[in-house]
Design a protein around this ligand. Structure first.
Ligand code: ZN
Length: 542
């Protein structure tokens, strides 16, 4: 049984990944030979035809419908992950990347050589194979390689529904973090390089910033000899190249020393994909030459906005509640108590105590994204710390500012009109159209930076007119009620498709098991019979 399971698993993987590899062709040829045995009975022929029909139907059923490949409404505003085949070409740097973490001796040898030669490299891991090869996973973590995602099961992502992609994309990096506690990079490599905009959107929805392809491919997985792998990589080497290799391919470890010394002799620096994409920038996703980029770096340096990590700012990410609290507290000049004495600063509590932010609705975490209406309300309160707006009452309609009439903005609820009017009149935010403010839209961190820089440039006109609520309680108006109560909820388009997957899977496995069983019966019968035995596929392997 174990052997059978291993055969199934290998065959499934072969079909997905190495469909052109010699091993797969041999297995396929054996299978075809097996089903053409001339001593099989009519019953067996019928059973095989039935299995084939079931498999065919299951495969047709497993293909996602057009509806299942529709981006759900909550993800429409997230821009797709950026697809790259190489990095900036202005510096002599190259990234070696390695896919497919099968726990084979060659994989350990690949890691050993990279470590020995001090080569930073990026590894794209498959979730399923991390479970099967925990020692290799541990070694990857121990050696400190950059880890990107290569799906759960090495599926062709262009054939999957949104829901299936949610299961596949990010499983490799999640499994890695769960097993080792190690950090991973927001880099996704689609198996086979099969990708499209839908896949790039699904990757972005899972937090990936780049879909990483390659521009040098020596096809090491095919069993290309070491000398040929080396020759291809060295002859195609260029500034910013991304080289596709496989940890456990037969001759990759053997080719590596020559590749590494050859590239270094040509003057290339070997770097991770993240470093390659970053070029000379501080953050991968911030171009300091643009106005947006300059603003973002200014706000990061001022401590108003915190980058996601040392490499990524997260320009296109939605603004979280905790992030807005931090920005509001910092921009309003309310320095919280020393973090070293108090532990981590709870900016949400500080902001709520200062009357800048309402108390979070029950169950809302600091990660919850805020919408434009909430942002406008907080901005109005921040403006009041610089002396703008009427004194006191948040809900007051007796605006003394030169606020334009917000009566035309049909989507602004009455309780927030004064706040929106103040924020708009000061030029901090702009309505989406003459009649629509765009209360439900989720601002990105990029635009928060721009808005905060506008606020920072706003001169103080007097003492604060913001009256903090008594005892640090939330202001009378909660900035969350309207936004969250009426957000359109996404219809679940992928439901039918994902329901169809399980019966299809059961049918496929059942069909294969029946085929194997019949095959065993047939071969026993043919051994018993006097006819010459010609078709034992196992004989082909020896
Ligand atoms: Zn792969």
């Amino acid at each position: 049984m174990d052997r059978r399971r291993a055969t199934l698993s290998t065959a499934t993987h072969a079909a997905a990944c190495y469909s052109e590899s010699p091993g797969y062709s041999t297995r396929r040829a054996n299978y075809l030979r097996m089903i053409s045995l001339d001593d099989r009975s009519f019953a067996m022929r019928t059973a095989i035809a039935l299995c084939a029909a079931i498999l065919g139907l299951a495969m047709v059923g497993a293909r996602p419908s057009a509806a299942a490949r529709t981006v759900p409404p909550e993800a429409v505003s997230v821009p797709p992950a950026v697809t790259v085949r190489h990095g900036p070409t202005d510096r002599p740097r190259i990234a070696l990347t390695f896919d497919d973490n099968y726990q084979l001796p060659q994989a350990f040898e690949t890691l050993r050589i990279l470590k020995r030669e001090h080569v930073p490299a990026t590894m794209f891991v498959i979730g399923h194979y991390e479970d099967l090869g925990p020692d290799l996973t541990k070694q990857l973590a121990k050696d400190g390689f950059e880890i990107g995602d290569h799906t759960r099961s090495h599926a062709d992502c262009t054939t999957l529904s949104w829901r299936a992609l949610k299961i596949e994309i990010g499983n490799g990096t999640r499994t890695f973090s769960a097993a080792t506690g190690g950090a991973t990079a927001p880099l996704f490599r689609p198996p086979g390089g099969y990708t499209d905009e839908f896949v790039a959107r699904a990757a972005a929805a899972q937090g990936f910033r780049y879909v990483v392809l390659w521009d040098i491919d020596p096809k090491d997985w095919k069993g290309t000899p070491a000398a040929a792998i080396r020759a291809i990589v060295l002859s195609q080497a260029h500034n910013g190249a991304i080289v596709l290799l496989h940890m456990a391919a037969p001759h990759t470890a053997e080719a590596l020393p020559g590749i590494i010394s050859g590239l270094r002799d040509k003057g290339y620096e070997l770097v991770t994909v993240t470093d390659l994409l970053k070029g000379s920038r501080r953050f991968v996703d911030v171009d300091p030459a643009t106005a947006d980029g300059k603003t973002i770096l200014r706000m990061v340096d001022a401590g108003y906005v915190e980058p996601v990590d040392a490499d990524y700012f997260g320009s296109a990410d939605p603004v979280s509640r905790a992030q807005l609290a931090r920005a509001a507290v910092s921009a309003a000049g309310l320095t919280p108590a020393s973090p070293s004495e108090q532990g981590p600063v709870d900016y949400q509590a500080v902001a709520a105590a200062a009357g800048l932010l309402g108390a979070p609705p029950s169950g809302a975490s600091g990660d919850a994204p805020i919408d434009r209406l909430q942002l406008a309300q907080v901005l109005a309160r921040m403006a009041r710390t610089k002396g703008y707006g009427p004194t006191g009452d948040d809900s007051g309609g007796s605006a003394t500012t030169t606020a334009p009439a917000t009566g035309d903005l049909t989507d602004v609820p009455d309780y927030a009109r004064a706040d929106v009017a103040l924020a708009v009149s000061l030029g901090l935010v702009r309505p989406k159209s003459p009649t629509r403010f765009g209360v439900f839209a989720l601002p990105e961190r990029r635009s928060l930076s721009t808005i905060l820089s506008r606020f920072q440039d706003l001169p103080a006109v007097g003492p604060s007119t913001l009256r903090p609520p008594p005892n640090g309680a939330a202001p009378a108006t909660s900035e969350t009620t309207v936004g969250e109560a009426t957000l359109p909820s996404g219809r679940d388009e992928g439901r039918w498709h994902s329901l169809a997957i399980w019966p299809a899977g059961v049918l496929i496995i059942g069909g294969l098991l029946v085929t194997l069983r019949l095959r065993a019966v047939a071969s026993r019968r043919s051994r018993r019979g006097s006819r010459r035995h010609t078709g034992d596929p196992r004989r082909e392997h020896t």
